[in-house]
Ligand binder design. Structure first.
Ligand code: MIC
Ligand code: SF4
Length: 641
């Protein structure tokens, strides 16, 4: 039996486990990336594990999220990351250099290699044929130290692309179609592998838009083969030596297969408040809009920006619309300036922002009250934009530009023939904002600078013999990490300060949660399906840990979040019978006799609540059980020496 692309990469990086879907495997990691909103924690953990020099082939620390700097906090964190990176052998991408996934694709991604990043959109690298996975900061720190990265061996879902995109239909519409078909839970436990003749018609940046937003399917990763288009991109980046061809064996077997005819696709939009709430732009046409934001790691490549510039050239943004544009990287920004396209954007009235995440993570540009915002981003979770009653629609750059001019939702295909945008033969290459680390010998002379905002990391505890506490919160399906630990301009400055962050935990769902959790001395949370979907932020585990949360019970969990809970010693358990969800109420007292014993060695535990006995499933590998008994990965690594 042959192998798929992803299985080939896994096979060549396998440290432990078997290539059998559902079993735990350990992978050798070639490259890591961090961004600043999760990076401080990752490097504090690297230091706590006493790892002096990183052992990966390449590790890069990016500054792209917290660039608003409305106080000293983030600037302090940037300096911490800069100095700690220099000392420990990590490259440092300075603020202004761009969004981690865009820059990594341009300058570092290598087909056939493995990459983990402390950001859920690390699968963007799948656009270049690399296996990129989002992970918690602690897992990235372990990988930087040369440790394996553990995942459940994924199923492989093949998406066969046929045909060619029509004018004004973008790569974003492809992934929105996949989201419409599979939903936000549809990729859980799977890697999405693209194949078929349609693949050849897509450039690397287009492929990267598709793999980027595979994160919204809950997939472990998404990947394209490495072919001629990959070579063309790498050559244009002056990196042809990084090219290797990579394709699936003709007899590779997949767990599921779907086909998308690119030529039949129409412009699509994900409606509030979920990326899988997809409708055609045609259905929404005519709806008045207030804001348009173009950028983010999904749609900020040079070709996206050039398309938008060509559409805006000689036009004026509608008077009722505010349009922001954030190019993805310094390379994109420079090239827009050099070819004059930047002038077209500015003249049309676009508000040009720096090349960073910006509005995507609520760092400014919040819409007006009850505003309608069209964004080329990947997430439209409730309140993520910073305006709680705003309606955010996720669209392609083509739809965004057409609508910005018209002032209403506009199907760009109604505009006729699209402008032709060619990728350059050579991108402008200038890595002057990537600082190289010092040598191991010079490292002793580097002092790591720590600002006062950097507070100690809370420590996990080994589970008690019996669990006896209150159910302090009950939430529904598809709870995102933006619900658990919101971000945005007011909160992100405290990413290195867990006590302060805790004041915001779960406040999107229940503003009294932090106070109640503190008053009760912690307790247990009950969730529905796909608990913890979305970002990789380990703060969604660390902060509940600080508030005394001992366990989370849910119908099902999202992959990265469940790994983060385990890393910090919070016990994730699933309901054996989903209907039991109704039997547990907020405020109930819940008991599990022999809790510690169950975590150590049982597949089941029994919860007593309101006189009922409820069965819970404890689905852990023996490695995970050891971690949980030690009270989390930091304690576990210490005991292992
Ligand atoms: C996001 O898009 O939600 C983020 C901000 O990039 C997160 C990381 C974070 O919370 O810092 C992610 O996707 O992992
Ligand atoms: Fe940044 Fe948004 Fe991409 Fe997250 S999704 S890395 S916040 S641009």
């Amino acid at each position: 039996m042959g192998y798929s692309v992803v299985q080939k990469i896994i096979k060549s990086h396998l440290i432990s486990g078997k290539i059998k879907a559902g079993s735990e495997i350990g992978l050798r990691i070639d490259q890591t990336l961090t961004q600043d909103a999760t990076g401080t924690m990752a490097y504090l953990q690297l230091e706590a594990m006493e790892i002096d020099r990183v052992k990966t082939e390449l590790s890069v620390a990016y500054i792209d999220h917290n660039t608003l700097q409305s106080g000293f906090e983030n600037a302090d964190d940037h300096r911490y990351i800069q100095t700690v990176a220099k000392k420990h052998g990590v490259r440092f991408s300075r603020p202004g250099n761009g969004i981690c996934h865009q820059v990594h694709l341009e300058r570092f991604g290598v087909p056939g290699k493995t990459l983990i990043g402390s950001d859920s959109h690390t699968p963007t690298a799948g656009g270049i044929g690399m296996l990129g996975m989002g992970a918690g900061g602690l897992d990235v720190a372990v990988a930087m130290g040369g440790g394996a990265y553990y995942i459940t061996m994924p199923r492989v879902i093949k998406i066969n692309l046929v045909g060619r995109l029509s004018d004004y239909v973008g790569a974003k519409d492809v992934i929105l179609e996949v989201l419409r078909m599979l939903g936000v839970k549809g990729g859980v436990g799977a890697v999405i592998e693209y194949s078929g003749d349609g693949v050849k018609t897509l450039s690397v940046p287009q492929r990267a838009t598709i793999t980027n937003m595979g994160a919204e399917l809950g997939a472990t990763s998404s990947i394209f083969p490495s072919d001629e288009a990959t070579f063309t991109f790498l050559r244009a980046q002056g990196r042809e030596e990084d090219y290797t061809e990579l394709s699936a064996d003709p007899d590779a077997v997949y767990d599921a297969e779907y086909t998308i005819d690119l030529s039949a696709l129409k412009p699509l939009a994900a409606c509030p408040h979920s990326p899988d709430n997809v409708k055609s732009v045609g259905e929404l046409a005519g709806m008045k809009i207030d804001q348009v934001c173009i950028g983010s790691c999904t749609n900020s490549s040079l070709s996206d920006m050039l398309t938008v510039a060509a559409m805006l050239k000689g036009k004026t943004v509608h008077p009722d619309v505010s349009l922001s544009i954030s190019p993805g990287s310094k390379q994109v920004y420079t090239m827009l300036a050099e070819c004059g396209a930047l002038t077209d954007l500015i003249s049309a009235g676009a508000r040009i922002l720096e090349c960073a995440c910006g509005p995507c993570i609520g760092m400014g540009f919040s819409p007006k009250s009850a505003g309608v915002s069209l964004r080329t981003f990947n997430r439209n979770f409730l309140a993520r934009s910073g305006t709680a009653d705003a309606s955010v629609y996720l669209v392609s750059p083509e739809t965004a530009a057409a609508s910005a001019i018209a002032g209403v939702f506009t199907d760009p295909t109604s505009l006729g023939v699209a402008p032709t945008v060619e990728l350059p033969e050579r991108f402008i290459i200038n890595d002057n904002l990537i600082e190289l680390p010092v040598t191991a010998e010079e490292a002793a002379n580097i002092t790591v600078e720590r600002g006062p905002n950097i507070k100690p990391i809370p420590k996990g505890k080994s589970p008690a013999e019996n669990l006896d506490c209150e159910l302090i919160l009950k939430v529904g399906d598809n709870i995102t990490t933006d619900h658990i630990m919101p971000a945005g301009a007011k909160i992100l400055p405290y990413r290195s300060n867990v006590p302060k962050l805790s004041e915001f935990c779960f406040t999107v769902c229940d503003k009294d949660f932090p106070e109640r959790a503190m008053a009760r001395g912690g307790g247990v949370i009950l969730g529905g399906h796909n608990y913890g979907q979305g970002s990789s932020r380990e703060h969604a585990a660390l902060v509940p840990l600080y508030l005394g949360v001992k366990a989370v019970i849910a119908k099902s969990f999202a992959r990265i979040h469940v790994a983060n809970l385990i890393n910090f010693g919070i016990i994730p358990m699933t309901l054996a019978n989903e209907d039991d969800y109704e039997k547990i109420r907020e405020g109930d007292n819940i008991k599990i006799e022999g809790f510690r014993e169950a975590v150590a060695s049982e597949d089941k535990a029994y919860l007593t609540v309101n006189g009922e006995k409820i069965e819970l499933i404890l689905n852990f590998s023996s490695r995970q059980r050891e971690i949980l008994l030690a009270g989390g990965t930091l304690n576990y690594t210490k005991t292992k020496g």
